[in-house]
Design a protein around this ligand. Structure first.
Ligand SMILES: [Fe+2]
Length: 214
């Protein structure tokens, strides 16, 4: 993802069949190449009408959309969030989940959430508790404390530092799991890219404060 307009669609970081059997090819194809691509295209179309907004970073657009011209405000909120959230979502899965949680992340999960089983339970509660479309998140705050959140529609948890997210829009799972969101969550959990989560946790610690007005 470039730093600002025009944004481009990040390639899927693995093959469409590489997450089988948890996420099938058709689901990944439509989710990445159609849904995610549409958020990128729509965001660029909106920003094309606003030269003054074209040097904003994706994070700025997600956090400060309320300062944008009124006619593009809601559209940018939805589509910048869609780009940000899907970027993390697709990077957050891997064909080779294996191990890969580093000691610092494991200790923080234990300290703040009561361990991995409790993290999974909290993420699942959040994922199943989203009414309609939205996201479940593992985030890190300014003090380095982990917590689980949920957001509606395409809202992000910024300026909290996102480490991991589960897309619970029906488009993420309906082709394969129909209405069984809990089954999809269990499948997604088995594909988590823990090395990425560990890396982001380290970066969140290193780069605070990450938002000048925070
Ligand atoms: Fe999605």
């Amino acid at each position: 993802m470039g730093p600002h307009y025009p944004f481009s669609l990040p390639p899927l970081p693995y093959g469409e069949g590489d997450l089988l059997p948890e996420i099938d090819e058709k689901t990944l194809h439509f989710h990445h190449d159609k849904h995610f691509a549409a958020y990128v295209d729509n965001l660029n179309k909106l920003l094309a009408t606003c030269p003054a907004c074209q040097d904003w970073t994706l994070e700025q657009l997600c956090m400060d959309w309320c300062r944008l011209p009124e006619d593009i405000r809601q559209g940018v909120r939805n589509n910048a969030g869609g780009v940000y959230n899907h970027t993390l979502y697709f990077q957050g899965m891997t064909p080779n989940p294996g191990e890969g949680r580093d000691a610092a992340l494991t200790a923080a999960v234990e300290r703040d959430l009561g361990g991995m089983a409790a993290l999974k339970s909290a993420m699942k509660t959040a994922a199943l508790g989203v009414f309609g479309s939205g996201w479940a998140w593992l985030v890190c705050d300014r003090d380095g404390t982990l917590s689980v959140r949920k957001t509606a529609n395409q809202d992000t948890p910024l300026p909290l530092c996102p480490l991991l997210t589960c897309d619970v829009w029906e488009h993420a799972y309906y082709l394969q799991y129909q209405n069984r969101r809990a089954d999809y969550f269990e499948a997604w959990w088995r594909r988590i890219n823990w090395p990425m989560v560990s890396r982001l946790y380290g970066q969140c610690q290193d780069t605070r404060p990450r938002y000048p007005q925070d």
